[in-house]
Design a protein around this ligand. Structure first.
Ligand SMILES: Nc1ncnc2c1ncn2[C@@H]1O[C@H](COP(=O)(O)OP(=O)(O)OP(=O)(O)O)[C@@H](O)[C@H]1O
Ligand SMILES: [Mg+2]
Length: 385
C-alpha cells in the first residue's frame, strides 16, 4: 500500500479514529483539520467546524479523576509524519466479562490485581506491587483481551502502543515517538500495553539502522526499570525467543497463555454460542473435539459464522456442523479421524455411511472400533456387517 498524504491521509485517520470509537480524538483531530484547511479548503473547513459546533464536547468522561487532566486535554501522541495515533485507548467498565483463563493464569492475575488493591498494605512492609509483566502466547489466546480486562478491573484506562506503528515511523523518529507515547502513559494511572514487542527484535535481522533499533531497546529497558508503581506496564509477544534477554529479565512477571484445553474449548463454545446454545448444544461434544488445537479467536470466528448462517436461515445447524467437522477431519491424522468417527457414532444419530463420508474412515473400521458394545448400533445391522 502506497503512503497516503494530505487530505487522503487525514480522511483515513478520521475513519480509523471513528471506528475505534475514540470520539474525543475524532473531535481533536477534526478541530485540527479545521485550522489546517481553512486556507486551502475553506468550504470543507467550514462544514467540519459546523459539525463540531452542532455536537458539543461531552464534559466529564467517566475516566476523569480529580487531579489528572481529562483525556481531551491530554492530547494523544501522534507521529507527525504518518499522523497515526501511536496509542489506542480502551476504557471498559469493571463488569466486563472476564476472559476464559486457566486456573494457573487466574491465580497469577488475581494476585496482580490484589497487590494493586492492597498497595497500602504492601507499602507498610516496604514492598511495591508488580509493576510490569510480559504476556507470552500464540495468536488469539487472549493476551490483548486480558490486558483490557485487567485495566477494567483496576479501574484505569488501557493504552495500547502498537510497536509496529512506532517502527514504521520515519527513520530517526521512532525513538522520540516511543518516548512521547511512554511519557504520555506515565502521566496518569493506567495500564500500558506494549503490543507485539518482538517487532523491534524482528527488525533487527533485516534492517539497516542497527543504531536506531538499539536506541529503541534502550528506551524500553530504562522504562521497564523506572515504570511508576501507580501504573502497570505490560508487554505481549508471540515470539518470546526473539526478545532481547536483557529486556526479558526486567519484567517482574512472565504470564504464559496456553492454547485452550478441552474443558476451556467447551466453555468457549458455550460462551460464544450465547443463546444459540439451545440450538447447537446437541453438538457440543463433537464440536469440542473438532475445535481442539484451535485458539479462542479461531473458535469464536467459526461460531459467529454458524450463528450468522442460522440467523439468516441460509444453512441448517446440522449442515453447518457437518461441513465444519468434515473440513476439520482433513487436518487430523488417521487415529484422530477414527476417534472423531467413534465420537460421531456415539453422540449423533448419523448413519455409519454419513460418518464414513464425513471422516473418511471406512465403515468397516468404524464398526470395528464401535463393536465393543459401547455404542448403540442395532444388532441386526451389526450382523449384516
Ligand atoms: N481467553 C479468552 N477468553 C475469551 N475470549 C477470548 C480469549 N482469548 C481470545 N478470545 C477471543 O479472541 C479475540 C482475540 O483475542 P486477543 O486479541 O486477546 O488475542 P491475542 O492473544 O492478543 O492475539 P495476538 O497475539 O494475535 O495479538 C478476543 O477478542 C476474544 O473475542
Ligand atoms: Mg493481541
Amino acid at each position: 500500500m502506497g503512503e497516503l498524504t494530505g487530505l487522503k491521509a487525514d480522511l483515513a485517520q478520521v475513519v480509523r479514529l471513528a471506528l475505534a470509537e475514540q470520539t474525543e480524538d475524532v473531535r481533536l483531530f477534526a478541530a485540527r483539520l479545521v485550522r489546517k484547511y481553512r486556507g486551502s479548503e475553506p468550504e470543507l473547513a467550514e462544514q467540519v467546524d459546523l459539525f463540531l459546533r452542532a455536537k458539543p464536547h461531552r464534559a466529564g468522561t467517566p475516566l476523569r479523576k480529580t487531579g489528572t487532566p481529562a483525556l481531551a486535554e491530554q492530547v494523544l501522541p501522534v507521529d507527525d509524519e504518518s499522523r497515526l495515533s501511536l496509542l489506542k485507548v480502551f476504557k471498559d467498565s469493571s463488569d466486563r466479562e472476564s476472559p476464559l483463563l486457566s486456573a494457573e493464569l487466574e491465580e497469577s492475575l488475581g494476585q496482580l490485581i490484589q497487590e494493586r488493591k492492597q498497595a497500602a498494605r504492601l507499602a507498610a512492609l516496604g514492598l511495591t506491587p508488580t509493576r510490569s509483566a510480559i504476556f507470552v502466547g500464540q495468536p488469539g489466546v487472549g493476551k490483548t483481551l486480558t490486558a483490557r480486562w485487567l485495566a477494567a478491573q483496576l479501574g484505569v484506562p488501557l493504552y495500547v502502543l502498537d510497536l509496529t506503528a512506532v517502527m514504521s515511523s520515519l527513520l530517526g523518529r521512532s525513538g522520540s515517538n516511543l518516548r512521547a507515547a511512554l511519557d504520555f502513559a506515565k502521566r496518569s494511572p493506567c495500564v500500558l500495553l506494549l503490543d507485539e514487542i518482538d517487532a523491534i527484535a524482528k527488525r533487527r535481522s533485516d534492517d539497516t539502522d542497527i543504531g536506531e533499533l538499539k536506541r529503541l531497546v534502550t528506551v524500553i529497558l530504562q522504562e521497564v526499570d523506572e515504570w511508576p508503581a501507580a501504573g502497570l506496564l505490560l508487554a505481549a509477544t508471540n515470539h518470546p525467543e526473539l526478545i532481547d534477554p536483557a529486556l526479558w529479565r526486567r519484567f517482574d512477571l512472565v504470564v504464559e497463555f496456553k492454547m485452550p484445553e478441552a474443558a476451556a474449548v467447551k466453555e468457549a463454545i458455550k460462551r460464544f454460542l450465547g443463546q444459540d446454545f439451545a440450538l447447537f448444544g446437541r453438538w457440543i461434544e463433537i464440536l469440542t473435539f473438532a475445535f481442539r488445537g484451535q485458539s479462542f479467536s479461531d473458535i469464536e470466528r467459526e461460531i459467529q459464522r454458524f450463528r450468522r448462517a442460522v440467523a439468516l436461515g441460509t444453512t441448517p445447524d446440522a449442515d453447518l456442523v457437518e461441513d465444519f467437522i468434515k473440513a476439520r477431519a482433513l487436518s487430523l491424522d488417521r487415529q484422530g479421524r477414527i476417534d472423531m468417527a467413534v465420537l460421531l457414532a456415539k453422540q449423533t444419530r448419523l448413519s455409519q455411511h454419513s460418518i464414513s463420508d464425513i471422516t473418511g474412515v471406512s465403515r468397516d473400521t468404524i464398526r470395528k472400533y464401535t463393536a465393543d458394545g459401547s455404542i448403540v448400533v442395532p444388532k441386526k445391522r451389526r450382523r449384516e456387517a
